[in-house]
Design a protein around this ligand. Structure first.
Ligand code: GCU
Length: 425
């Protein structure tokens, strides 16, 4: 395993947890515990799925329910009655004349917050409705470009500090995520792009799920099987898609959902729960995203639940330090996308997210794709950095650190064109 060796970092790293306890992160392939991956086609009551019909009637719903119940948590179903989309701003000359840029305000309950500000880019050069990418951002829409016309995000963003001057901070961050969102490249490839700040949907800290969209739909404390923050964000992505369905310049049946890191965990869960997303992309999503939990490599279930107790539901805490007991693993999350297109990407220096475990999830989702007789990854070992593999399922390992870069986007755009861009090739 030449590649596996090149992926192995220094043996073991000691990490100090918030409560002072030393936690050990394993970065050594030879110290990965023995584990058995559940067969994604096995039925709980006995027997094994052998046809698409059986998967769709029994296997898929049971797998979705299990992962929902034990990990991300149950979210409200569908578009809420009070759902409203209002166009707030439009500029015809954005991105150096390449795009029309709009801002929409989306709300979910009459007269009650929260309100989501969706930023939408439409390629100027278009002849009809266009396919789109949709994804959440960490720190506000103004981080995508330096253009001062984009409304700065003054509410909570990932990394907000108490008492800081939010306006000054938001202004100082203009254009800071431009590398993560290469808008010119996206619109020039013929795609629209829709994004919103994840904090508009649910702030990223633990308050017993009292803020964000939670109180609109859940009374009192959520039960152990109910939604955490990642489910709330995924629910929000489905609402952005609802909004796109009402925008005539976008072809909402051709939408790719994308996310990086915690928002990559979110794009996977959104893709699993909302089959309207035709392409699902996870960038460096790691533990709780594409990486297999049972490998306990880099970030573990115990670590993630300790640092981010609000991301997953109450039930998921049962598996802290006990991944063996998990009745599923993340390859089954990937399998929930079948027969739609799913793409996972890792970075060589992002060992915390376990690139090998991310690759293996895609590989071991294959039996479900095989039911549909769809060709898939086409390799059994992680490819060399800089090489994209697969067809309906895809994967690449980028040389470099935890991030989303134009190099990643070049692969995502090619993948999305293959699956959504019948008129763009
Ligand atoms: C932390 C966390 C990861 C997460 C990442 C991010 O590193 O441990 O699970 O993916 O933050 O979202 O940036």
């Amino acid at each position: 395993m030449r590649r596996a060796c090149s992926l192995v970092f220094a043996a073991v790293a000691l990490i100090q947890s918030a409560d002072g306890q030393k936690l050990v992160a394993n970065y050594n392939e030879s110290k990965v515990p023995d584990y058995d991956l559940p067969d994604p086609l096995l039925l709980a009551g006995g027997g094994r799925v052998s046809s698409v019909a059986e998967w769709e009637e029994k296997g898929r719903p049971a797998t979705l329910k299990l992962i929902e119940n034990e990990m991300y948590g149950r979210m409200p179903v569908g578009k809420p009655a009070g759902f409203k989309v209002v166009l707030d701003k439009e500029e015809e000359d954005a991105v150096g004349g390449r795009a029309v840029r709009r801002e929409y305000l989306i709300s979910f309950a009459e007269g009650k917050g929260p309100e989501v500000r969706m930023l939408l880019y439409l390629p100027k050069n278009r002849t009809g409705p266009v396919p789109a990418f949709v994804g959440l951002n960490f720190r506000g829409n103004q981080c995508l470009e330096e253009d001062t016309r984009i409304t700065p995000e003054l509410g909570y963003v990932v990394g907000s500090r108490k008492g800081e001057d939010r306006r000054a901070k938001a202004e100082s961050m203009r254009g800071s995520a431009a590398g993560r969102w290469p808008v010119a490249m996206i619109v020039e490839s013929g795609f629209a792009l829709a994004t919103a700040c994840c904090g508009n949907i649910d702030p990223d800290y633990h308050d017993g799920w009292k803020n964000g969209v939670h109180p609109l739909f859940t009374e009192g404390d959520p039960k152990p099987d109910e939604w955490g923050t990642i489910s709330a964000w995924a629910w929000g992505l489905s609402r952005l898609l609802d909004a796109l369905e009402g925008i005539k310049e976008v072809e909402a049946r051709r939408v790719a959902v994308i996310g990086h890191s915690r928002l990559g965990k979110t794009s996977l869960w959104a893709g699993a729960t909302d089959p309207r997303f035709q392409v699902v992309i996870s960038n460096n999503s790691g533990c709780g995203g594409a990486a297999l939990s049972k490998r306990a490599f880099g970030e573990t279930v115990g670590r993630i639940n300790r640092s981010f107790p609000h991301w997953f539901n109450g039930n998921f805490k049962k598996y802290d330090g006990n991944e063996k007991a998990l009745p599923f693993d993340q390859h089954q999350l990937i399998a929930l996308m079948a027969p739609r297109a799913v793409y996972v990407a890792s970075a060589t220096k992002d060992q915390w997210a376990d690139p090998q475990g991310e690759f293996l999830s895609v590989l071991h989702a294959q039996p479900v794709y095989d039911l549909y007789r769809k060709s898939s990854l086409g390799v059994t070992e992680i490819p060399a950095p800089g090489q994209s593999v697969g067809s309906l399922t895809g994967y690449h390992l980028r040389d470099g650190k935890h991030d989303v870069t134009p190099e990643d986007w070049a692969f995502y755009l090619a993948f999305a064109k293959r699956h959504l861009g019948e008129d763009l090739r």
